[in-house]
Design a protein around this ligand. Structure first.
Ligand code: SF4
Length: 681
């Protein structure tokens, strides 16, 4: 049996995977024993890779909508059609009337891959690129940069005190489970802040269960104790922070007793958590994937966390917040071609750029309104790749109406999705086992300085790697001179040039190679990459844009006494499940068997108040709409809270959600703390 080592891409983490082939066919997969991230483990999604790549439900040919039905067409015909329509949109309405939206991995992985797609947009002339970041954790990235001048990660493995805040790695980040467990074995204390009694919460030293949407108040309460009880690092604060005195004054108002009333956590537990975090070093806070971001207070929640980390002196130290040296690649985009801002940036400028650090994409949460109102200008064409906005963006009915409004919609994906069903052209995409790409993100998202290549292991000729599509489309549209590489490998070699690495070299080191260093004590040599060179507790940048310069607590604007009479329960949506990623992988029998249907989590007290029993069908209703779903009664959720998963077509939670009001700084939607009512069906 031949074994090829690659990196899994059924979620963003990139676990090392050994793929076993017999006569060119994948027969099984195993975790790569020596991979620094997963050390031989694969989650159920990873283990289901053979079923995934050989699924009978995969798209096998390009499809064109004709008289309401899809008919198969060749790739040549599809490219002709797409290129003609794109030329026509550009000639008649201008290039910015094309928007491109990309989603989670499974199609697109690695920075160089995304850069190549965006190069196409640069050449075509549209600034309107959007990504999953509009609803993911961009608020946290912006918050950390505004405060610390960088985006570090929590070094849980070497920590002595870990706070898991709205984080359930057993469902969302299996490789992190091993690292936290290892830290616990080495004596680390664990504090879990989560309304749900997660697996880690059950074995934590302390579990705080805040009411959804009260994280801002809780963080200010923790800062209050750290400062009033002198539990902060005075030397670090004196030399490396700006605005500490204003913070001290600001948090005086957030006594644990006051926070108890807002967050429904005993004041004594808030004191215990602050004392533990402030007195044990090194310590770190690992935020959940989106738990703190998808709030109207999203960015400010993360500002407070960065400040908690900083004033306790837990920056650039093993077991605290760390960064790794960057993998410097040749830029593939054409930054000089970005002459116009994308949609949404007039409202959320920091979403696009912080002090010249360019994220360079639009805020997709305003896109449905732009499409429906043709304002500030019409978007006539859209290409959606690896994304299913109809299930994953808030307010599905509005998203559907908006996408139906486009003159030309292209969707590229591995399976037929709810969004693809609306398309004029559907393109079959290759899985990660059918293409080559660079994985240079281990440092950024895991704090592991490591580079590897995701390798083409099998060939499914009808399904194209998305980059092949963009390359071929570029050629068809006469952009060949801007894509001078003969194939993707050559383009990756160009990107890798400053590193001294090549595709060939990475192929030789099949499981990847350590690359770069962890930058301990970086600030002592270089300061912080903020305008003041210090940790910016008080942010002049936010103030200049009309936002609060200190972290605040902001109640959800949906929480109004009048509304609360009709919608008395807290609704939190989108918590991860181990078997799926967003709306993906429902086609895989092995995973469907483990998690066959969606359910709403309710506390027994809430269930009894509404006379709902375990397994009953129930209706969940918000001001937007209602859905029907099965009830799952569990003490693992707080009384008065309803927790709904997302990504299920049969109980689409985003029929209940809305993107407005959202976070006024980043534009992130409010998905984690809205309000609902329920009844038995
Ligand atoms: Fe793949 Fe699971 Fe690892 Fe994600 S956690 S990369 S799905 S094995």
């Amino acid at each position: 049996m031949e074994v090829i080592q690659t990196a899994c891409e059924l979620c963003p983490w990139g676990c090392g995977m050994d793929v076993y082939l017999e006569e060119g066919k994948v027969v099984k997969v195993k975790g790569t024993i020596d991979h620094p991230l997963n050390r031989g483990a694969l989650c159920p999604k990873g283990m289901a890779v053979p079923e995934f790549v050989y699924s009978k439900d995969r798209l096998r040919t390009p499809l064109k909508r004709k008289n309401g039905d899809f008919v198969p067409i060749s790739w040549d015909e599809a490219l002709d059609e797409v290129s003609e329509k794109l030329q026509s949109i550009r000639d008649n309405f201008g290039p910015k009337s094309l928007a491109v939206a990309i989603g989670m991995p499974i199609l697109l992985g690695g920075n160089s891959t995304v850069s190549l797609l965006r190069r196409f947009c640069d050449v075509y002339g549209t600034p309107n690129c959007f990504s999953v970041e509009s609803i993911c954790y961009r608020p946290r990235i912006i918050a950390y940069i505004l405060t610390l001048g960088k985006f570090p990660v929590a070094d849980v493995e070497h920590s002595k005190c870990i706070i898991l805040w709205g984080h359930n790695p057993q469902a969302s980040n299996p490789p992190l489970v091993r690292r936290i467990t290892s830290a616990q074995k080495n004596g680390a204390k664990l504090i879990v802040i989560d309304p749900r009694a997660t697996a880690f919460a059950k074995k934590a030293d302390l579990h705080l269960r805040p009411k959804p949407g009260s994280d801002g108040a809780l963080s200010l309460g923790l800062l209050n104790i750290l400062i009033s009880e002198d539990l902060y690092d005075k030397d670090f604060v004196e030399h490396w922070t700006k605005g500490f005195d204003q913070l001290k004054e600001h948090v005086r108002d957030y006594s644990p007793e006051k926070v108890e009333k807002i967050a429904c956590i005993p004041a004594e537990d808030i004191r215990k958590a602050a004392r533990m975090f402030g007195s044990i070093k090194p310590a770190c806070i690992a935020q959940g994937i989106n738990a703190l971001d998808q709030h109207t207070n999203g960015l400010q929640n993360s500002r407070a966390i960065a400040i908690l980390q900083a004033i306790t002196g837990n920056i650039d130290n093993p077991g605290g917040f760390i960064t790794t040296s960057r993998v410097h690649l040749n830029p593939i985009r054409f930054p000089e071609k970005l002459t116009e801002d994308p949609i949404g940036i007039d409202q959320f400028p920091l979403f696009y750029e912080v002090w010249g650090k360019l994220f360079g994409e639009g805020q997709a949460m305003v896109l449905p309104d732009v499409l429906l109102q043709n304002h500030p200008y019409p978007i006539k064409g859209m290409i959606i790749s690896a994304s299913n906005p109809l299930l994953t963006w808030p307010n599905s009915r509005k998203v559907e109406a908006a996408l139906k409004q486009t003159d030309f919609l292209v969707v590229m994906d591995i399976f037929m999705t709810e969004t693809a069903r609306l398309a004029h052209i559907v393109l079959p995409a290759a899985t990660f086992l059918e293409r080559t790409e660079l994985c240079d993100y281990y440092g950024t998202i895991h704090g592991i300085p490591y580079v590897t290549l995701r390798k083409k292991v099998i060939d499914v000729p009808e399904a194209w790697p998305d980059l092949k599509f963009w390359f071929e489309l570029a050629k068809r549209m006469g952009y060949g001179e801007h894509f001078p590489w003969k194939d993707v490998e050559e383009a990756i070699d160009y990107a890798l040039k400053p590193t001294g690495l090549t595709v060939e070299k990475l192929m030789e080191h099949s499981q990847g190679i350590p690359f770069g260093t962890i930058r301990y004590d970086q600030y002592k040599e270089k300061g912080f990459a903020t305008p003041s060179g210090k940790v910016e507790i008080y942010s002049e940048t936010l103030k200049a844009l009309g936002h609060d310069p200190l972290p605040i607590h902001r109640e959800s604007p949906l929480f109004q006494p009048e509304l609360a009479k009709d919608y008395p329960l807290h609704l939190t949506t989108g918590a991860r499940t181990l078997e799926y990623l967003h709306s993906e992988l429902r086609h895989i029998p092995k995973l469907k068997k483990r998690q066959p249907e969606p359910f709403a989590e309710l506390h027994p007290e809430t269930a009894s108040e509404y006379e709902i029993e375990h397994g009953d069908r129930m209706e969940v209703e918000t001001v937007i709409d209602s859905i029907k779903i099965k009830a799952h009664i569990t003490e693992d959720i707080l009384p008065g809270v309803v927790n709904l998963p997302h990504g299920w077509a049969e109980a689409n939670v985003n029929l209940l959600t809305t993107c407005r009001p959202g976070d006024p700084i980043s534009g992130a939607p409010l998905l984690k703390s809205s309000f609902c009512r329920i009844r038995k069906c």
